[in-house]
Each structure stands twice: as C-alpha cells, then as structure tokens.
Ligand binder design. Sequence first.
Ligand SMILES: C[S@@+](CC[C@H](N)C(=O)[O-])C[C@H]1O[C@@H](n2cnc3c(N)ncnc32)[C@H](O)[C@@H]1O
Ligand code: SF4
Ligand code: SF4
Length: 349
Amino acid sequence: MNSIKSDIIEKLIYIVTNRCNAQCHTCNLWKKNHKEEIRPEISLGRVKTVFTNSRYLRSIKKVSFTGGEPFLRDDLLDIFDFFYHFYECTFSIPTNGILYDRIDAFLDNIMKRNRIPDLFMSVSIDTLHLNGNDRKKTKFTDSILKSIDIMKKYRIPAGVSFTISPYNYMYLKKAYEFAKHRKLIFTYRLAQIADYYNNTDIRFDWKPDQLNEVKEQIRYIIKDKYKYSSLDEINSNFDYRIYFASRIVTNVRNPERDFPCYSGRRSFVLSPYGDVYPCVMVFDSIGNIQQHEFDTVWESEKRAGMIKKISHFDCQCWTECEMLENLEKNIEKKQYLKRCAKELFDFIQ
Ligand SMILES: C[S@@+](CC[C@H](N)C(=O)[O-])C[C@H]1O[C@@H](n2cnc3c(N)ncnc32)[C@H](O)[C@@H]1O
Ligand code: SF4
Ligand code: SF4
C-alpha cells in the first residue's frame, strides 16, 4: 500500500444535518431529531477554516450535500457558496422535496450566476406509492411533484431516486416509468442497514420470490434503457451505473467485493458534528474537525488502520454513493471491464 499521505481526495459527502422532516420506513434519521437537538452542528465558519487550511483538501471534484434533509439547514446556500467558490467541482443534493419553497429560492439564487454550477438534484420517491404514516402526514406527493417542477423550471440536471425495500419493491418499474415520462434521471439502490441511516435495529427480510421480482424489474429497466445488445457493443459502450444495477440482487444473495474500495482514501464522509468517516457504511470516526485540523485526522494511525482493513476486504457493500466511483476506477482495467461486460450481457438475456 502506498503511503496514506499520497491519497488524493476527490469526493466529499457532507451530511449537513441529521435533522429530518419526514419519516421513512427504511431510514430512521428522523428519530434522531429529539436527542440530537442538543448537539450543535459544526459551524460554517469552522468548516471554512478547516478546508482552507488543509493540504489534502485541495483536489476535491465532487461534493454531495446530504442529510437528514439538507434544506432544513438555514445556511445551506452559504455552505454551497463556500464550496462553489473554493472548488471547481460538481455538486449533488438529494432531497425529500418537502421544502419546495426553499428549493425554489436556492435554485433561483444559484442559477442567476455568471458561472452556472454543475449541480445534480434528485427527489426521493421511495414512498410515493405508499399510504399510511410514511414520510410524515404531509401532502407528500404534492411536494414531490412541486419540487420536480421547480427543478425543471431551472433546467438543472434532475432526477428521482428510489430506495428499494420490502415495502415498495413492487413499484420499482412504476417509479422508473414515472421518471422516464418526465425525462428525469432515475437512480435506485437497495435499502441498506447502517449507522448512517440509524436503522441498525431493523431488518429487511427479503423473501426469495421478492428478490426475484426485484431482479426482473431491474432487468426490464436495463433492457429498456440499454440500446446495445451484442457483447461487443456493451463492451465498447460500457456503463458502470447500469452494471451496478445489474448486480444489486446478486449482492444480497452473495455479497462479494471483487475490486478495491477507495473510500477513506479518495473520498470521505463529514458528519454534521465534524466527524470524519471513510464511507456511509463504516461509521467509525477517524477523527473530528471541531477538535483537530483535517490534515491531522487524515494522517492519523486510526485512518491508516482503517484503510488497511478496507484494502484487506474486511468489509463489503453495494452502496451506490460509494461503489459507483470504485467501479468507475476499476473498469479502467481491461480484463475487469471485459468480465463485467460479459456479466451484464448475460444478465439481460
Ligand atoms: C438519507 S437520504 C438524505 C437526503 C434526503 N432526506 C432524501 O430523502 O433524499 C439520501 C438517500 O438515501 C436513501 N435511503 C433511505 N433509506 C436508505 C437505506 N436504508 N439504504 C440506502 N439508501 C437509503 C433515500 O431514499 C435518499 O435517496
Ligand atoms: S430518507 Fe431522507 S427523508 Fe427519509 S428519513 Fe431519511 S433523511 Fe429523512
Ligand atoms: S466496501 Fe463498502 S463498507 Fe467497506 S469501506 Fe468500501 S464503501 Fe465502506
């Protein structure tokens, strides 16, 4: 392993708040609302100081602001502005869409600039088809549709995002059609259990026939989207996002990571309280930037130990926010690309 000091950080996932105004089946971040009220979020002033002082934080190319619900942060625009001026990078913001007025005001501000930011926004629609107490007793469907209209009004790259769980798997295809009809990018993944989602006390008990149905719906989506049918065409137009989707079910049945993971090396997660984590799945803090400068945290023994474990394949996952970049990196290797193209070809037969 190269010296950990030579790691080049390309991506930041900044959880700007753990607060949330919805209640989802798959994510219990909203349950933190009460007890977390007493923990102050790291101030933007401190974030600015730490990022400006760091030698390692110069090369970031992708920033994702997530939560909780990011639009609950009153200073989200100021946070965005700091990163917008400090880096030449792309941004992404997922939202539950409830605070559509704030989304409108945010986009109105940033889209008037001379240099239009490279921003992708997505609205989560995992619970669009569900009734009952999910996503709180708000006019949730209305908010989703209004938020989508707002994103379209500003002509930003926009998408809808669907987290597949035993509660909603039967609507995957419908959600895809919803996105397609509105010319929105459709992203999807299987619900995970992780500290980040504050859901380690629940289980997703997938029955074999449910997983089969998920697989069939994914096959339908891929076949509908993917124009290339011969192996050669798949090879030369390989799309790692589509490959990621094709392995979603296989990875529940046989979790297997057959390539290196660069989380904690090329990317990291910053919590609302300043904790630095290698990825959204491993919530073991490497250090805290309220107390230490980032470079001290990045050079720590703790990170060295953690990335050693990661490089020894001690953990594995199939999470979209982490694995897409790893896949993208790994398919630069011709042999690996060839194998993945064949797997994808077989999947859509
Ligand atoms: C945690 S939310 C934060 C942003 C915003 N509140 C939202 O819902 O879009 C980010 C994404 O995680 C997804 N998600 C929720 N529960 C999940 C789980 N258990 N595993 C994986 N993704 C999950 C949501 O659907 C959403 O697209
Ligand atoms: S998925 Fe998003 S909206 Fe739902 S509880 Fe989690 S943070 Fe809140
Ligand atoms: S394999 Fe998954 S859990 Fe392990 S470090 Fe990478 S992203 Fe995190």
